[in-house]
Each structure stands twice: as structure tokens, then as C-alpha cells.
Ligand binder design. Structure first.
Ligand code: NAD
Length: 480
């Protein structure tokens, strides 16, 4: 085989971060990191082992009492320095996420690198306040850090998902061992470069890269981990809850979703459709809160489908580093294959293809799937029930608000949702009836201080804001 031009330099990281130092892993095995836009290997990280997890958990345990006793203002100052060190790397973080995940660079800069900075800033401000104490009759009710946290995170927002755990856990006074996704570990290394630069006390945060079945299981099952904070699929969340149940350890689970975007008859349709399509296709549909079911009042249904089809046409697939690209590849060949399977199943189930589909043109290489829209999707069908985690939108008509609520709530998930109406009170009334952890009315903006999490099989517990910090605490009642 003839070699093309020189391959790009591999991004190789050889160490774990334990007790404040870069240390050698127990074993020399490594995991390749792929660029999903080309299929080429672009990096390598250690394949951690249970022995590495033991070492990292021991470091986190040793650091716990000192960090828990550190004054809130001092902990906030540490987090502030971490914010500065991360902000200094924002450009490198965005480029790394474009490389290892395939998010278009513009979006990677704004959302993938920008959002965690916003979240971290909000936690710095909250961390500086002493934890609230409450007097209930003769009791003083105080909050104390829960202990050592095992954080296990997915690939779809590789920095945000980590910061949404690490920052509130540290603010609460916990110490942390992180296992990032094996598909996007290079971003976690940039975070730990920032941790090292910020000078966090040794052992307060530790990094063990590796696979779910090896490092993830060892961390979730570790007898000295007090709380496992997990973001990922519902299937893995179930497994982690089982592992933690054996020792009655706490779990916080942020899992999958199948969120409904309810567009009432009097909605500003062009805006509702444009924002709805943008939300469903964000990060190539690899977003847990994606509004993947668009529910439209039958009076506006035909008009909405036309708007959806022309909105989707504008999403150009391509190289994440090309400024004209609006949709990158899916993260892996396996993920692209799973999404194609959902598309084939929807066709077999009789859904009407409105845009994209299996025959739509694709870039010559990389794990691309065309943005695809189905109309007349039956609310009980697989496409309306299962999380696809790709650029696939199901459009479903309804006749009145009661039916819209019934369809929206016909799901085992309950993560997010949206309602659109010219009558904000009517929209709010529908929002209150949706069985989900968050709902956006008429495109309400993301709020980093609002609790984030799911009902039903979308998870347990809440992240972000004061509720997110409370997740990492125990309550103690002192009677006087
Ligand atoms: P995943 O469950 O496959 O993996 C998530 C993490 O768990 C990875 O670090 C993985 O290595 C680890 N893991 C896998 N098997 C494990 C095991 N047996 N024990 C311990 N750890 C294990 O999920 P994913 O494919 O990385 O992410 C996509 C999923 O995450 C989607 O279902 C999506 O909805 C969900 N998600 C949810 C949220 C949320 O906040 N609710 C946010 C983002 C993603």
C-alpha cells in the first residue's frame, strides 16, 4: 500500500493523574482514539486497570478530610483558578473535541468549550457561599460532603459532562476520581492539564482513563467510593445502580431521553420549527436532551413538514474543521450503524420519509448519517419510543393539547421537552403537565443555575446550580 502524505502527529498521553502527579499506569496497554470524520487513529491513552482505580481512589480518600475542611472561599478560589486555566485552553479544547468527536469547530467552540466555562463560573460563585444551615425545631440541619465520588462520563459533551460533576462535587467538599469515555479521552487530559496548572491539592481530583467494563466497573463497584455520578446510556446506568446497590452507595444518574417538542396551533411556526430542528440535530443528534419527537397541531402539520424539510436541507455534512459544515459525523462506526438501523426500522414500520434517509448523499469517508426526518410516526413505534442518538427526527400530529400531552408523556424517558404557543399561559399549562425534568417554553434560554436531570428512566438526581451541589452532600440533624 502506498502511503499518502505524512500522517498527522499522534496525540499520545501515557499517564494517569493521581495524587496531584502524572503517574505511570500499572499496565502498558493503550486505547486508540479515532477521528470519526476520517476513521484515522489520531491519539492514544492508557487502558487503565482495577489496580489504577484502587490507587486513584486511595488518593481521593487520603485527600478527602483536608478538602472537606477547607473553607468555602478557599475552595471557590481553587475553582476560579481552574476556570482561568481552562479558559486559557478553550481553543485547544474546541479543536480537540472537533477532532475526537467530530463536532463542527464553530459549535465545538461555542458549546463544547463555552458551556463548561459558563457552568464552572456559576459553580465558583455558589461555592464561595458557606453551605446553608437550617433550624428545624430543636434541630440544626447541616450539609456535609458525601465523600469520594466516582465520576463516569460519556463522549457526547466530553468536557461539559465532566465539569457538571467535578465542579459541584469539589464545591461541596468531595474528592473525585474521573473515568472519561474511552471514545473522547483527549479532552479529559486537557482538563487535567488545567487541574495541574491550577494547583488543586494532591488527590482532590484524579484521572483514570479506560474502558467501561474494566475501569468503569471497578470504580462503580469500589468499596471506598461513596457516590457514583454517572452520565450515559440507561442500560449502563442500570448496571451501575446494581453495582452500587451491593454496598448501598449513592448514585446520581443522568441517562437517555426521547424528548417532545410540542407545537400548539397558535405557535410562531417558522421559529418553532427552526429552533426545533436545530435542537434535534445539535451535535449530530448526539444530545441527551434533543427534542427528537416534534408534535405538531394537525391544523399546521402540512405547513410544518414543509418548513422542516427546507430547514434540514440547510444542514451541510462535512469536515468538522470546514467553516461551512453544520453537521459532523457520528462518533464511531458502531454509533452510525445503530442509527442506520433505526432508520431502516422506521421505514419498515411505515413512517413517511420527508428528508434524508438511507439513500441521501454522504461525504466519501467518515461515520456520517444524513439528517433524516420521518412524518406520520406512530407514537408507539420504535422510532417514537427509542433513543436514536443520531440526526433523526420523528414528526407526529395531534388534535388538541390533551392528546399532545398524552403523546409526549407516552415514553419511558422524561428528560426534556419544549412547548410553543402565542399564549404563554397556555404553553405553561402544557409545560406543567409534561413528566420531564426540564421544559423550554417558546425557546427559553439554557440556565446553568437550574436543576438538570430526568424523570423515570432518564435518571436519578439533579446536576447544576445549588441543587447540583446538594447532590454531593449528606444531611445531618443535630438536636439541642
Ligand atoms: P455509555 O453508557 O455507553 O457510556 C458512558 C460511560 O460509561 C463511558 O465512560 C463508558 O466507558 C462507561 N461504561 C460503559 N459500560 C460500563 C460499565 N459496565 N460499568 C461502568 N461504566 C461503564 O453511554 P455513551 O454511549 O457514552 O453516551 C450516550 C448515552 O448517554 C446516551 O444514551 C445519552 O442519552 C446519554 N447521555 C445522557 C445525558 C444526561 O445528562 N441525561 C447526557 C449525555 C448523554
Amino acid at each position: 500500500m502506498e502511503l499518502a502524505a505524512a500522517p498527522p502527529a499522534l496525540l499520545v498521553r501515557r499517564h494517569l493523574h493521581v495524587a496531584g502527579e502524572w503517574v505511570d499506569p500499572a499496565d502498558g496497554a493503550s486505547i486508540p482514539v479515532e477521528n470519526p470524520a476520517s476513521g484515522e487513529v489520531v491519539g492514544r491513552v492508557p487502558a487503565g486497570t482495577p489496580a489504577d482505580v484502587d490507587r486513584a481512589v486511595a488518593a481521593a480518600r487520603a485527600a478527602f478530610s483536608g478538602w472537606a475542611a477547607t473553607a468555602p472561599a478557599e475552595r471557590a478560589a481553587h475553582l476560579d483558578r481552574l476556570h482561568a486555566a481552562l479558559a486559557a485552553r478553550a481553543d485547544e479544547i474546541a479543536r480537540t473535541i472537533a477532532l475526537e468527536l467530530g463536532t463542527p469547530l464553530k459549535l465545538a467552540t461555542r458549546v463544547q468549550a463555552g458551556l463548561p466555562l459558563t457552568v464552572l463560573r456559576s459553580v465558583v460563585d455558589l461555592a464561595a457561599r458557606p453551605p446553608a444551615e437550617e433550624t428545624v425545631g430543636n434541630s440544626l440541619v447541616v450539609r456535609e460532603p458525601v465523600g469520594v465520588v466516582g465520576a463516569i462520563t460519556p463522549w457526547n459533551y466530553p468536557l461539559h459532562q465532566v465539569v457538571a460533576k467535578l465542579a459541584p462535587a469539589l464545591a461541596a467538599g468531595c474528592t473525585v476520581v474521573l473515568k472519561p469515555s474511552e471514545l473522547t479521552p483527549l479532552t479529559a487530559y486537557l482538563l487535567f492539564d488545567a487541574v495541574a496548572e491550577a494547583g488543586l491539592p494532591p488527590g482532590v481530583v484524579n484521572l483514570v482513563p479506560g474502558t467501561g467494563p474494566v475501569v468503569g466497573e471497578a470504580l462503580a463497584a469500589h468499596p471506598d467510593v461513596d457516590l457514583v455520578s454517572f452520565t450515559g446510556s440507561t442500560a449502563t446506568g442500570r448496571r451501575i445502580a446494581h453495582l452500587a446497590a451491593d454496598r448501598i452507595a449513592r448514585v446520581a444518574l443522568e441517562l437517555g431521553g426521547k424528548s417532545a417538542n410540542v407545537i400548539l396551533a397558535d405557535a410562531d411556526l417558522p421559529t418553532a420549527v427552526k429552533v426545533g430542528v436545530g435542537n434535534a440535530l445539535l451535535n449530530s443528534g448526539q444530545t441527551c436532551t434533543a427534542w427528537t419527537r416534534m408534535l405538531v397541531h394537525r391544523d399546521r402539520y402540512a405547513e410544518a413538514l414543509d418548513l422542516v424539510a427546507s430547514a434540514v436541507e440547510a444542514y451541510r455534512l462535512g469536515d468538522p474543521f470546514d467553516p461551512a459544515t453544520r453537521l459532523g459525523p457520528l462518533v464511531s462506526a458502531g454509533q452510525a450503524e445503530r442509527v442506520r438501523g433505526h432508520v431502516a426500522r422506521a421505514l419498515a414500520d411505515g413512517a413517511r420519509l420527508v428528508a434524508g434517509g438511507p439513500d441521501a448523499p454522504l461525504p466519501a469517508r467518515g461515520h456520517f448519517v444524513a439528517p433524516t426526518v420521518f412524518a406520520d410516526v406512530h407514537p408507539d413505534s420504535a422510532l417514537a419510543q427509542e433513543e436514536v442518538f443520531g440526526p433523526v427526527l420523528a414528526v407526529i400530529p395531534f388534535d388538541d393539547a390533551d392528546e399532545a400531552v398524552a403523546i409526549a408523556n407516552n415514553s419511558r424517558y422524561g428528560l426534556a421537552g419544549a412547548v410553543w404557543s402565542a399564549d404563554e399561559e397556555a404553553a405553561l399549562a402544557v409545560a406543567r403537565r409534561l413528566r420531564t425534568g426540564q421544559v423550554d417554553v417558546n425557546g427559553g434560554a439554557f440556565n446553568p443555575l437550574a436543576p438538570f436531570g430526568g424523570y423515570q428512566q432518564s435518571g436519578l438526581g439533579r446536576e447544576l446550580g445549588a441543587h447540583g451541589i446538594a447532590e454531593f452532600t449528606e444531611l445531618k440533624a443535630i438536636q439541642r
